[in-house]
Design a protein. Sequence first.
Length: 145
Amino acid sequence: MKNVLFVCSQNKLRSPTAEQVFAGWPEIEVSSAGTNNDAENPLSNELIEWADIVFVMEKAHRAKIQGKYRSALKGKRLICLGIPDDYDFMDPTLVQLLKVKVPRISEPGHATAKRRPRKAGKFFRPSRLRQWWHLRPSCGTGQTC
């Protein structure tokens, strides 16, 4: 059983949506928290220590957690999903983004369980770009905005 924590700023929209979306997945326990002190469920050392994997919505969340909870993060995976604060709770587009961006964490041997060593200089992966290309914003004219 893996413990998975989803983090956003206020714990009102994105991370509670992620918690609800993945609550039914087999072999994982999920929770959510916010980095702000006035969040619905503020992030704490105990939550970080409980989690095996921490998913954050933005780079700012990752930086804040790395600075404030460095010792509690030892041996944990901290993954930034890159999802901006543009969605309502359970917004269908947010749900789709989460399902695409969060790997199948319950599968044995998945990248979250065991990480492959990266080759030096391999920062751009065209295969990932193709995966998410269909989610790009559109102006309704058939062209990307």
